[in-house]
Design a binder for this molecule. Structure first.
Ligand code: PXG
Length: 441
């Protein structure tokens, strides 16, 4: 008989929950026990509309039979194969499909298990790439204020979110940060804001300060998600690209959120028409079903490692689960769903409706900014004086009670629904949210 896993366990103490107010949660837990398409089911039997694709990851929606069958079939066929000095066909297959989906210069794929690992991998490849080319003096890494690049030491070092950094010592040394791109004059912009391309020029200041020959890479999210949806001003990414090229610095786009259709294109690089040298991905790669990440690199980067005797390992890096068979099966099935259902185009097609709906919240109490791009939206609320984050978190709790899953960061409500969302889901999500905002203290 199947175990009943739908009731709340009677002891919640052992699980130390990530990025969670553990004591508050355990007093009043919010438990999800099932999911299908656009909805979660809670332990008390309620349907909750998924306004966030889980954590920005379930781009194909939930409970997709093709992915479920691929995982189950692969678990029975080949559950695990050693990742080092051994191979299995599905990892190669998935790498090929990613190469085919990615913009042209990206023809090599390094698998990881998460976005954090993808970021650390890309930073390490950048350092080793320069060393392989005889420019081992390029050791500095440049991130950006308010950037989120996961929680590994590399990621928090180049990241720019103070609470993710300040408890954890000195992190990597030799890191500098660009200013973030969030300017008050861009409030209520639809899509890319007008003002702020000049903020990329700060890279020239950093180069002048340290010397280009000491800088390995710049890493940015093409659109910063986790920190509250900060959009790149028009011309900004182009400037970063040209300054990096001018000084021989690698440009890494962290596409963990912007990859796999979130902006209506395969990657943010396609959407913005700016090509970095590496892209980090995760989340939507398997529609969140199985942990997996990947770094996509250009041939130029890959080939720089391919010298010396054939029997030497070229890159001393990898994970036990790099290209895991079950994750690979999930990834292949996910990419097939995206292609068969045209989900990236679908996101692009519904984006104008999404934009209109979001901006209809303008003028409601406490709303100080609304931002959107692709199937992403952010509603920024005026913080309660002396109690930052409380107002948005109250909205989150009220939304959950009303059957909506939203996400908050600071006093910003972030929305990123599965790409299968229909117009009536948008009406429900935004309509209910409007009612909540009207009654918020
Ligand atoms: N880079 C970016 C741009 C991300 O958004 C990571 C790296 C790290 O990925 P992993 O798989 O190691 O978590 C992320 C993750 C949120 C939220 O609600 C965002 C993330 C994770 C959890 C919550 O904003 N982004």
């Amino acid at each position: 008989m199947a175990l009943d896993r739908t009731s709340i366990p009677n002891d919640l103490s052992a699980f130390w929950m990530p990025f969670t107010a553990n004591r508050q949660f355990k007093k009043n837990p919010r438990m999800l026990v099932a999911a299908q398409d656009m909805h979660y089911t809670t332990s008390d039997g309620r349907q909750v509309l998924d306004g966030t694709a889980g954590l920005w990851c379930c781009n194909a929606g939930h409970g997709r039979p093709k992915i479920v069958e691929a995982i189950a079939g692969q678990a029975g066929q080949l559950d695990y194969a050693p990742a080092f000095q051994m191979g299995h066909p599905l990892a190669f297959e998935l790498a090929n499909r990613l190469r085919d989906m990615a913009p042209e210069p990206f023809d090599h794929v390094f698998f990881t298990n998460s976005g954090s690992e993808a970021v650390d991998t890309a930073l390490k490849i950048a350092l080793a790439y320069h060393k392989a080319r005889g420019e081992g003096g390029r050791t500095r890494l440049i991130g950006r204020e308010r950037g989120y690049h996961g929680v590994g030491f590399g990621g928090i070092s180049v990241g720019g979110i103070v609470n993710n950094r300040k408890y954890f010592g000195t992190m990597l040394t030799g890191v500098d940060h660009l200013p973030h791109t969030h300017l008050p004059e861009n409030a209520f912009t639809r899509g890319q804001p007008e003002h702020g391309a000049h903020l990329a020029d700060d890279l020239e200041r950093i180069v002048a300060l340290h010397g280009a020959e000491t800088i390995a890479a710049v890493i940015v999210e093409p659109m910063a998600g986790s920190t509250g949806v900060l959009l790149p001003p028009k011309g900004y990414l182009e400037k970063l690209r040209s300054i990096c090229t001018k000084h021989g610095i690698l440009l890494i786009f962290d596409e963990v959120i912007t990859g796999f259709g979130r902006l209506g294109s395969p990657f943010g690089a396609d959407h913005f028409g700016v090509m970095p040298d590496m892209m980090t991905t995760a989340k939507g790669l398997t529609s969140g079903v199985i942990p997996m990440g990947a770094v996509l690199a250009t041939g130029e980067i890959h080939d720089a490692f391919m010298s010396g005797p054939d029997n030497l390992i070229e890159l001393f890096h990898g994970y036990t689960y790099s290209g895991n068979p079950i994750a690979s099966a999930a990834g292949i099935a996910t990419l097939e769903i995206y292609r068969e259902e045209g989900l990236f185009q679908r996101a692009a097609d519904i984006a104008p409706y999404w934009e209109e709906a979001l901006h209809s919240l303008r003028g409601l109490p406490h709303v100080i900014d609304i931002r959107n791009m692709g199937l992403i939206g952010a509603i920024e609320l005026e913080p309660i004086e002396g109690e930052p984050t409380k107002r948005a978190f109250d909205a989150f709790l009220k939304a959950y009670d009303k059957g909506l899953l939203i996400r908050t960061t600071g006093d910003i409500i972030a929305l990123s629904p599965p790409l299968i969302i229909e117009k009536d889901h948008i009406d429900t999500l935004i309509g209910e949210l409007a009612e909540i905002l009207k009654r918020l203290e």
